[in-house]
Design a protein around this ligand. Structure first.
Ligand code: PEP
Length: 259
């Protein structure tokens, strides 16, 4: 727990990367290299579906938790190519990313779909990491808060107060994902504070202060400390830099300076 009263959470989203052997090697390295920080920071890795079972057995009993990158909202059935929350729970996942901007952009996921996925994940004991974020053109037109408001309200629709406490919100400006352009700590904090206020409106102050909000978008060892020093930034969702164990471990080992 930090001075903000929330345990920081650093999650690695491996996306469509790593063969089984590569994933096993990376999982072992992440487990070994992040151990020292385990009491203070929650560490999550989200390998591709094909590696979940093997990675689960590597990190079993350790401080590293398992997440998936997506799920369907139904328990089972004729949904070719999809994976259900029950299946993810079955192989040892505790987290699942829903509504990542790549899912929204390339696979047509809407806020309604994201909320169905988040609800299904919660119903089966998984913690959804619910992603929201504006595109560059939205930011340039001064529409960031309108976009974020719509995505937060739409993606969390139907989620009760006791459920939101098990969820994580990830603010990921789309223009910062995989581009090397990070939002400045001030830009990120401004949106995180806005999300926190939306959570207050939806769930009340006491609950909203307990919900963790991660930042994502070109997080690296060099910028994590400044981001984590902001009052409403409770962790990071890391893409590219999570594919290399030393870099990811350096991110987990950030030294935040409280503001
Ligand atoms: C992401 O995909 O969630 C992400 C933030 O990617 P990157 O760190 O590579 O920008």
């Amino acid at each position: 727990m930090n001075s903000k009263g929330r345990k920081p959470i650093i999650a690695g989203n491996w996306k469509m990367n790593k063969t089984l052997e590569e994933a096993k090697k990376l999982a072992i390295e992440v487990k070994n290299n992040t151990l020292a920080r385990a009491p203070e920071v929650e560490v999550v890795i989200c390998p591709p579906f094909t590696a979940l079972t093997e990675v689960a057995s590597i990190i079993k009993g350790s401080h590293v938790k398992l997440g998936a990158q997506n799920c369907h909202w139904k328990d089972s059935g004729a949904f070719t190519g999809e994976i259900s929350p029950i299946m993810l729970k079955d192989v040892g996942c505790e987290y699942v990313i829903v509504g990542h901007s790549e899912r929204r952009q390339y696979f047509g996921e809407t806020d309604e779909i994201v909320s169905m996925k988040a609800k299904a994940a919660l119903a089966h004991g998984l913690s959804p990491i619910v992603c929201v974020g504006e595109h560059l053109e939205h930011r340039e037109k001064g529409m960031t808060k309108d976009i974020i408001r719509g995505q937060v309200i739409g993606s969390l629709r139907g989620i009760e107060a006791e459920e939101i406490l098990r969820a994580v919100v990830a603010y990921e400006p789309v223009w910062a994902i995989g581009t090397g352009k990070t939002a400045t700590p001030e830009q990120a904090q401004e949106v995180h504070a806005f999300v926190r206020n939306l959570l207050i409106d939806l769930y009340g102050l006491e609950v909203a202060l307990k919900v963790r909000i991660q930042y994502g978008g070109s997080v690296k060892p060099a910028n994590i400390a400044a981001l984590m020093s902001e009052v409403d930034i409770d962790g990071a969702l890391v893409g590219g830099a999570s594919l290399e164990a030393i870099q990811f471990a350096e991110i987990v080992s950030y030294e935040a300076k409280g503001k």
